[in-house]
Design a protein around this ligand. Structure first.
Ligand code: B12
Length: 457
C-alpha cells in the first residue's frame, strides 16, 4: 500500500517518528512519501499533491502545538478526497479521545507505532478485520449516526531495538537540507546527521512527556532500550559513507543513562571505527568524570545538559528532578577540562516560580559558564504531571500555539507575571549574547570558525 505521511513543521524537517515508521513500512513491502506542510504550500497545492500520490492511507504525526494546524489539514483531506486518515505522535498518545473524536480522523495510534501501523496497513490491504489491532483505535459510524470507537489495548514494547530497521532518511529532502545547513537543533556549518542509540528515558521529570510514557507503558516491557553497539556502529559507518557527513547528533534523552558496559563498548568502538565527531545530551548527575572523559576521548565534541532550574529544592520538588547544583557545576567543569563544548538548557515560568527564583537559574548558569546557553518558556503539555498542576491552579495560557520563546506564551500566574518574565527574559538574552560572543572570539583565537550557531530547540 502507499502511505502518505503529513507533518507540519516550519523548523524541523527531520522527524524520528516518521523515519522509523517509514522504514518499517518499506521493510514490509509498502511505499511511503512525506509532505511537510510548510510555507511552500497552499491548501490547493497540498490537496493536489495528496491526490497525485493517491495513497491508501494518510498518516499525520502530531506534537501538541501542531494540532490546530493539523486539524485544518485533516479537514482538507476529508472534504476533498476519500482517503482514510490515521493520526499518531506525542499529542495523540495523550489526547487520544479528543483526536479520535475529530470528525476527520478514522484511526489513531497510541504510543509507538512501528508494528501497529504495519498491522493496520496489512489488514486494510487484505480487507480483514482492523478493529482489534493493539495500539490502534478505529472509529466507525454507528447505525444511529453516532460514532463507535474500537479502543484497543497497548501492545508490549518491541523486545529488541536491533529488530527495528534503521531510520528511513530518504523520505526527507535530506541533500537539500544538508547543503542549506538548516537542520536539527543547531544551524551547523557542517553536514550533520541525526541518529539515535535507542529509545526511552528512566526519569520522571514533571514537565516532560517521559513521565506519562512510563505510566502508559507500565507492565508492557522495558521502556529504556538501546541497540547493541555492533548494530549501531554498522548504521553509523553506513551513514558516514553514504551521506558524507561531518558529524553525528544523537537524539537520545540521556546518553549516559545506560549500563557502564554498554557505554564502554560504545566509546571504544566509536573511537576505532567512526572518523567524525558527535554530540550528545545527558543529565549532569549521570555525567561522571569517567563518562565525560570517555566520551571526549572517543570523538564527542559537544555535551548538552538540561539544567532547567537553578534552585535545587524547587528543581527536586516541583520538577521531580533531583540533582545537586554542585553536581551540575562539576559536570560542566570536567567537560571543559577535557576540551568538550558544553550547552546548558534552561526553562523559565514554571508554576509557583517567582522572579527571584528565575534569577537563581541565571546565577547558576553564570557560575558554570557554558559555551551555549539556551532558555525557553515553560509550556504545559498534556500528559505531563506539571500540566495537571498548572491546570488545577488555573494558570494555563489561552494560546492556540505553543510559544516557547516568547514571554507572552508563559503560564498566567500571580507569582510571576508576564511583565516580570519579560524582564527576566531580557537578562537571560543578554547573558546569551555574552556567551555567544565569548565563544566566537575563542574560536577565532584558536584559528577555527564558529561553525555552529544555536537556534531554537
Ligand atoms: C529527540 C527530541 C527532539 C529532537 C527531534 C524531534 C523530531 N522532530 O523528531 C529536537 C531536539 C529537534 C526536538 C525539538 C522539539 N521538541 Co522534542 N523531543 C525529543 C525527545 C527527546 C525524543 C523524541 C523521539 O525522537 N522519540 C522517538 C521517536 C521514534 O518516537 P515518536 O516521535 O514518538 O514516534 C513514534 C510514535 O509517537 C508513533 N507515531 C509518531 N507519529 C506517528 C504518525 C502515525 C501516522 C502513526 C501511526 C504513529 C506515529 O510511532 C513512532 C514510532 O514508534 C522527546 C522527549 C521524550 N521523552 O520522548 C521530546 C519531545 C517530543 N519534544 C517536544 C517538543 C515540545 C519539542 C519542541 C517544540 C521544543 C521544545 N520546547 O521542547 C521542538 C519541536 C521541533 C519539531 N518540530 O520537531 C515535546 C512534545 C510534547 C507534545 N505533547 O507535543 C517532547 C515530548 C518533550 C516534552 N516537552 O515532553 N525534540
Amino acid at each position: 500500500m502507499k502511505v502518505l505521511f503529513v507533518m507540519n513543521s516550519t523548523d524541523k524537517y527531520f522527524y524520528a517518528g516518521i523515519a522509523s515508521l517509514s522504514a518499517m513500512l518499506k521493510k514490509h513491502g509498502h511505499q511511503t512519501k512525506l509532505l511537510n506542510y510548510d510555507s511552500r504550500f497552499t491548501p490547493e497545492l497540498f490537496i493536489e499533491e495528496v491526490k497525485a500520490y493517491d495513497p491508501g492511507l494518510v498518516g499525520f504525526t502530531i506534537l501538541s502545538y501542531q494540532w490546530p494546524m493539523i486539524q485544518d489539514l485533516l479537514r482538507l483531506v476529508k472534504e476533498k478526497t476519500d482517503y482514510p486518515t490515521v493520526c499518531g505522535g506525542y499529542h495523540v498518545s495523550f489526547a487520544e479521545e479528543t483526536v479520535i473524536l475529530n470528525p476527520h480522523v478514522d484511526y489513531i495510534c497510541k504510543g509507538e507505532g512501528d508494528h501497529a501501523l504495519v498491522d493496520l496497513v496489512t489488514a486494510m490491504e487484505a480487507g480483514t478485520d482492523d478493529t482489534k489491532i493493539p495500539n490502534i483505535w478505529k472509529k466507525v459510524q454507528g447505525p444511529d449516526g453516532k460514532p463507535i470507537i474500537h479502543r484497543n489495548e497497548m501492545r508490549p514494547l518491541p523486545l529488541s531495538m536491533d529488530d527495528l530497521p534503521d531510520w528511513d532518511r530518504d523520505i526527507f529532502p535530506l541533500d537539500t537540507l544538508l547543503q542549506t545547513e538548516v537542520l536539527l537543533s543547531y544551524i551547523h556549518a557542517k553536514r550533520t546527521m541525526p541518529v539515535s542509540a535507542g529509545r526511552g528515558c528512566p526519569y520522571t521529570c514533571s514537565y516532560c512527556a517521559n513521565s506519562a510514557l512510563l505510566k502508559m507503558y507500565k507492565g508492557k516491557g522495558k521502556f529504556v532500550r538501546r541497540r547493541t553497539v555492533p548494530r549501531l556502529m554498522e548504521e553509523l559507518e553506513y551513514l558516514h559513507d553514504r551521506y558524507e557527513i561531518d558529524q553525528f547528533e544523537f537524539w537520545d534523552e540521556d546518553f549516559f543513562a545506560i549500563s557502564s558496559s554498554w557505554l564502554k563498548e560504545f566509546f571504544t568502538e566509536y573511537e576505532k571505527r567512526i572518523p567524525v565527531q558527535y554530540m550528545i545530551g545527558a543529565r549532569a548527575d549521570n555525567a561522571s568524570d569517567e563518562n565525560i572523559k570517555m566520551a571526549a576521548d572517543s570523538g564527542c565534541y559537544l555535551l548538552c545538559m538540561g539544567i532547567e532550574h537553578g534552585n535545587e529544592d524547587f528543581r527536586a520538588k516541583v520538577l521531580d528532578r533531583r540533582m545537586k547544583n554542585s553536581r551540575v557545576e562539576r559536570a560542566f567543569e570536567t567537560a571543559r577540562n577535557v576540551g568538550l563544548q558544553r550547552a546548558a538548557l534552561n526553562i523559565i515560568g514554571f508554576p509557583g516560580e517567582t522572579p527571584e527564583m528565575v534569577m537563581e537559574t541565571l546565577e547558576l548558569n553564570k557560575r558554570i559558564d557554558p559555551d551555549y546557553f539556551h532558555h525557553f518558556i515553560y509550556q504545559p503539555f498534556l500528559g505531563c504531571d506539571l500540566y495537571e498542576v498548572s491546570k488545577e491552579l488555573g494558570y494555563l495560557p489561552n494560546l492556540r500555539y505553543a510559544v516557547y520563546q516568547q514571554p507572552e506564551g508563559a503560564l498566567v500566574q500571580p507569582t510571576l507575571t508576564i511583565d516580570q518574565i519579560r524582564e527576566c527574559w531580557g537578562e537571560f538574552t543578554a547573558f546569551r549574547k555574552v556567551v555567544d560572543e565569548r565563544r566566537s572570539k575563542r574560536f577565532v583565537k584558536e584559528g577555527e570558525r564558529d561553525t555552529m550557531r544555536a537556534v531554537s530547540l
